[in-house]
Design a protein around this ligand. Structure first.
Ligand SMILES: NC(=O)c1ccc[n+]([C@@H]2O[C@H](COP(=O)([O-])OP(=O)(O)OC[C@H]3O[C@@H](n4cnc5c(N)ncnc54)[C@H](O)[C@@H]3O)[C@@H](O)[C@H]2O)c1
Length: 357
């Protein structure tokens, strides 16, 4: 019997590695592409080799390819020699702030890398389901136009009709995206086009804060993971602007992969979905710090910088209504507290492992 086969790009990263583990557990043949470029972007703390080693130990049918998605020839060779049922594209330069220092590299990885994969799929694997991990930064700072009210520990939407958060009707142009948001918006639009124009089975997920224990969290990307790391290693965390009351909705990588699995089983070509933790998993910086201090038993040292990151969202909660209505079997299964407990346990262990070597 022929095995189901999936290609996961960014397979040593947070979402990619969760997908590798998940589909391997389901008996799929899993091919991963990752060149550890996260280390190049963010230095040693962004190194993902620990995660690749972990995957090699726990999986059964995982084949790793150390390839660069910018290398069109290498991508085409991979697609020529394998047939994939699912192409799950998670490789990216993922940081809003980092992109301003490397705009060309950011665009090559995020936009061109995506087109390389879409085109290889169109040429060699047109029946495959293709999923792009996009981002809520495609909306730029348009979500900040909603009226807000200031509560004691967080910003909150002022109007009852905004309670569920930002839906897919938010506009994506005429806003300040950041360089990263613009390169991801390019990828997002091209992915939609490969569905609408070429008829590929493409789905696009615009992530809120995607998180979990397998994140190689760094200051510029992976907010909860990095916050926990700073707390445990007794460093100092910087909070940028908005009085520390900015709100993020956090989703565990497992729930992201479950959404991908639902879409793969019943693809709706060309659809875009907002995917985050929704209101129940939303938290402000101040609230996250208080929770982590309480759970880890460590007092976090942090400083306030009275300038927000350019184009940063003030209150962003993903409205999950559309995805839930198309895929009623899906729901958030991992609460914010459980996410934090898992990250604390993992970061504590990783710190002990480093200390022991
Ligand atoms: N984590 C979040 O909060 C978040 C939020 C919204 C959207 N997203 C999107 O979800 C996707 C996955 O994010 P993540 O958090 O797992 O990121 P991650 O940085 O943990 O993983 C990305 C992986 O891609 C690899 N990579 C980068 N450039 C590459 C290249 N040129 N060739 C091959 N591999 C390369 C990196 O080494 C890394 O292992 C990305 O597209 C990201 O933009 C993430």
């Amino acid at each position: 019997m022929k095995l189901h086969s999936v290609l996961v790009t960014g397979s040593s990263g947070l979402i990619g590695s969760e997908a590798v583990e998940h589909f391997d557990r389901q008996g799929w043949e899993v091919h991963g592409v990752d060149n550890n470029m996260r280390r190049m972007f963010f230095g040693d703390q962004g190194d993902t080799l620990w995660n690749l080693d972990r995957l090699r130990k726990i999986t059964r049918k995982f084949v790793h390819h150390e390839l660069d998605i910018r290398d069109r020839g290498a991508m085409e060779n991979l697609f020529r020699s394998h047939q994939f049922e699912l192409v799950l594209h998670c490789a990216a330069q993922p940081s809003h702030d980092k992109a301003r220092d490397i705009p060309i590299l950011d665009f090559e990885v995020n936009a061109l890398g995506t087109v390389n994969l879409l085109e290889a799929t169109r040429l060699y694997n047109p029946e495959a389901v293709f999923i792009l991990l996009s981002t809520n930064k495609v909306y730029g700072d348009a979500p900040n136009e909603l009226p807000l009210k200031e509560l004691e520990s967080r910003w909150e939407y002022a109007r009852p009709q905004d309670y569920n958060g930002i839906n897919e009707n938010c506009r994506i142009d005429r806003t300040l995206h950041s360089v990263f948001g613009a390169s991801k918006a390019s990828a997002d639009l091209m992915a939609q086009e490969y569905a609408r124009y070429f008829g590929l089975k493409v789905g696009i997920f615009r992530g809120g804060c995607l998180t979990g224990p397998s994140h190689s969290g760094v200051e510029l990307h992976g907010f909860l993971s990095y916050l926990v790391r700073v707390a445990i290693s007794e460093g100092t965390y910087s909070v940028f602007g908005y009085k520390g009351k900015q709100v993020r909705d956090n989703i565990h990588s497992y729930d992201v992969v479950r959404a991908i699995e639902e879409f793969t089983a019943n693809p709706r070509p060309g659809e875009v979905y907002n995917l985050g933790g929704g209101r129940e998993n939303s938290v402000s910086m101040l609230e996250a710090i208080a929770k982590i201090e309480q759970m880890s038993g460590k007092k976090l040292s942090w400083r306030y910088v009275d300038e927000n990151r350019r184009g940063d969202h003030i209150c962003y909660i993903s409205d999950l209504t559309k995805f839930k209505s198309h895929y009623p079997n899906w729901r958030i299964t991992i609460s914010l507290d459980e996410i934090l407990l898992q990250i604390i346990a993992n970061q504590t262990k990783r710190l002990q492992d480093v200390g022991a070597t």
